[in-house]
Design a binder for this molecule. Structure first.
Ligand SMILES: [Mn+2]
Length: 327
């Protein structure tokens, strides 16, 4: 049976009319980012964005506006940890404090990633197509570019990930905070010369061999996983209870050349995916991910248009009710 919490990522630093619309369509669970903009009212000016005071103020602002802060999908600087560089201890210390604060504040999930040097990337940010304005990626656009600042090989990235898990998982267990590793986006073999390792089903199998704790899990970002496999529903069943967080989105194309799209217009059999979540009794968090910007709507962050997200939330609710879930 499906019993997941349909949530929404709230990127705004103060309440908006969109937040009221979310309540009107039944969304009361929030995923947050770390408050770090200048004069960001979520942040305590005396404290780091991952410090107790900042997170408490942020959580209060959401609660005062009807939301429960369930997860943070963001991280303090951590490339020195990924790359095993001097300064790593300080970054580990920040993450440890953040996890401890999540525990104190009942924020039960942290979504992080293992992309070194270059985070999630597209090569086209505003592509006009039939479903709205979307982003896309074409590996040919970066064929002439190499990142000279980052120098690491694949096995070192794995080694450093294992070290990080050994450090963070016991702290997460003590604080009752689940860890959801988001895939590399796009899930290609290397980006401008920097290897990527969280880009296949096998890499997640390996992740769970590296650390068998029940707190070591995955963020199933459908837009990436559907580029790794032709059988996303089978993949959902394969990982089962290891899935702590779902990004419900879809794309058209392959891992080297793809375009984001609206739910129902992509390459993935979303009905079968929802049935698969039903089969595994999925009870974690789920949220809409990148959506097209519709005509007349605005999106301060490309992929997070209000109208596009409202459509997607309705689509997800319809799919889940088709599986017999009443919420
Ligand atoms: Mn995602």
């Amino acid at each position: 049976m499906l019993n997941f919490a349909l949530s929404e990522i709230l990127l705004e630093s103060s309440p908006t009319r969109y937040w009221k619309m979310l309540h009107q369509i039944g969304i009361n669970d929030a995923v947050g980012v770390l408050p770090r903009n200048f004069m960001d009212w979520r942040k305590s000016f005396e404290d780091e964005p991952w410090g107790y005071l900042s997170l408490k103020k942020y959580k209060n602002m959401l609660e005062d506006n009807g939301f429960t802060l369930r997860a943070i999908e963001d991280n303090p600087p951590m490339d020195k940890i990924r790359l095993n560089l001097p300064g790593k201890e300080e970054q580990l210390d920040s993450i440890a404090k953040m996890i401890e604060n999540f525990g104190k504040l009942n924020i039960g999930l942290w979504c992080y990633n293992w992309m070194a040097g270059i985070g999630w990337s597209r090569t086209h940010s505003h592509v006009e197509n039939a479903v709205g304005t979307v982003s896309s990626f074409n590996i040919d656009d970066i064929s002439g570019y190499r990142n000279e600042k980052v120098n690491i090989d694949r096995s070192s990235l794995w080694h450093n990930l294992k070290d990080f898990l050994d450090f963070i998982v016991p702290l997460a267990e003590d604080s009752d905070v689940k860890l959801a590793l988001h895939p590399d986006d796009p899930p290609i073999e290397e980006f401008a010369g920097i290897p990527r390792i969280m880009n296949s089903i096998e890499s997640y199998d390996k992740l769970f061999e590296l650390n068998r704790s029940e707190f070591n899990g995955l963020a199933l970002c459908q837009g990436n996983f559907t580029l790794m496999t032709e059988d996303l529903p089978g993949t959902i069943r394969h990982f089962g209870s290891r899935i702590f967080f779902v990004h419900f989105r879809d794309v058209v194309g392959d891992r080297n050349n793809f375009t984001e799209t609206q739910l129902g217009y992509g390459k993935t059999d979303l009905v079968s995916c929802m049935k698969a979540y039903n089969d595994i009794d999925y009870s974690g968090l789920m949220r809409v991910d990148h959506v097209p910007t519709l005509e007349g709507d605005s999106a301060d962050v490309p992929g997070y248009s209000y109208l596009g997200r409202l459509y997607a939330i309705g689509y997800i609710r319809g799919l889940s009710q088709g599986c017999g879930t009443l919420f």
